[in-house]
Design a protein around this ligand. Structure first.
Ligand code: PHE
Length: 337
């Protein structure tokens, strides 16, 4: 009997069960009421006391092996018939959804605010020639902004090209290609050769605006900026303009918004002045209009430009510029809105 048990053990390891029918035949053959195991148990009753313990154990092992083989088959079968075995009542596994980058959020918000008053969106290349980044914008040949300290020049094969230092270059392209009235904003990444710190980076993002038509005045500029400040920083935000200088605008101004934290009372963020500097602006210099093929005796316009990081800093209180480009998930996770 011992030998026959061993033979059956070998037999079952070799049997291949390919489908449900095979499995059923296997079960009947070994575990059925007239099956192999049953006949072994019948024989076992007559076994002498000296062999009973050993053979009993062997029979048990054989039974376990047969059952194990069948249970594996059943498991494989479930795989083949997934559709019938899915538990539809089981709660799903949640997937992690990413969030928009804070700079994208602010950019979208700015685009929304300006598109409401009729501004379109223009984009242009990040690698620019001298004309679009500087010359057309009335930069004198020896203007310090052309200096190596500010501009990333691209040498060798692309003589005369640089990474744009502002998106005013896009506005030049728009003026060259479109007829007034022009009302457009140009969001995009710009580059400046600065040491990276919490307050400065070698690249950042801008949105610049341009409006050219007959009789555009400084009052239009002020009104547009006031609308922008109130839309972004809240209805009680105020702006103030300080005289400034840009080669491409005359007159030029720098714009402050009342501190979003202390509302003008004075705090650490606004250095106790009650005001935060947010953008540069002015009336487009007639030289620029003429350079771009727009008759400055008929048309006038205003332009403004701001850093998206700066606006994001004021809205989200991010004090270190480097956080925007480090992809730290702990930082980015805070912008699930
Ligand atoms: N281009 C200027 C800058 O990068 C911003 C600006 C745009 C100022 C338009 C005035 C008018 O700093």
């Amino acid at each position: 009997m011992r030998e026959r048990i061993e033979k059956v053990e070998r037999e079952i390891t070799e049997i291949v069960i390919a489908n449900k029918q095979d499995a059923e035949a296997f079960r009947i053959l070994y575990l059925g009421s007239k099956g192999v195991l049953k006949s072994f148990y019948q024989e076992f009753r007559a076994v002498g006391a000296d062999e009973k313990k050993e053979l009993g154990q062997r029979l048990n092992e054989l039974k376990l092996k047969i059952e194990e083989k069948l249970s594996k088959i059943t498991w494989e079968e479930t795989e083949n018939n997934v559709a019938t075995k899915i538990d539809f009542t089981r709660p799903g596994r949640s997937t992690q959804i990413g969030s928009l980058h804070p700079l994208t959020l602010i950019r979208n918000e700015l685009i929304h605010v300006f598109s409401k008053i009729g501004f379109s969106i223009s984009e242009g290349p990040e690698i620019e020639d001298d004309w679009h980044n500087f010359s057309a914008l009335n930069f004198a040949p020896d203007h310090p902004a052309r200096d190596m300290q500010d501009t990333f020049f691209i040498d060798s094969m692309m003589e005369g090209f640089s990474l744009r230092t502002h998106t005013s270059s896009v506005q030049v392209r728009v003026m060259e290609n479109e007829k007034p009235p022009i009302r457009t904003i140009s969001p995009g990444r710009v580059y400046r050769n600065e040491a990276i710190s919490a307050r400065a980076h070698c690249f950042f993002h801008q949105i610049e605006g341009l409006y050219i038509d007959k009789n555009v005045s400084f009052a239009d500029l002020k009104q547009t900026l006031d609308y922008f400040a109130k839309s972004i920083f809240g209805g009680d935000a105020k702006i103030r303009l300080r005289p400034s200088y840009f080669p491409f605008t005359e007159p030029s101004a720098e714009v402050d918004v009342s501190c979003t934290l202390c509302h003008g009372g004075g705090c650490g963020v606004c250095k106790h002045t009650g005001w935060l500097e947010i953008l540069g602006c002015g009336m487009v210099d007639p030289n620029v209009l003429d350079s771009c093929g727009i008759d400055s005796t008929i048309y006038s316009g205003f332009a403004f430009g701001m850093g998206i990081e700066r606006i994001a800093q004021l809205k989200y209180r991010v004090t270190d510029l480097r956080l925007y480009s480090e992809n730290d998930i702990r930082f980015l996770n805070q912008f699930h809105f």
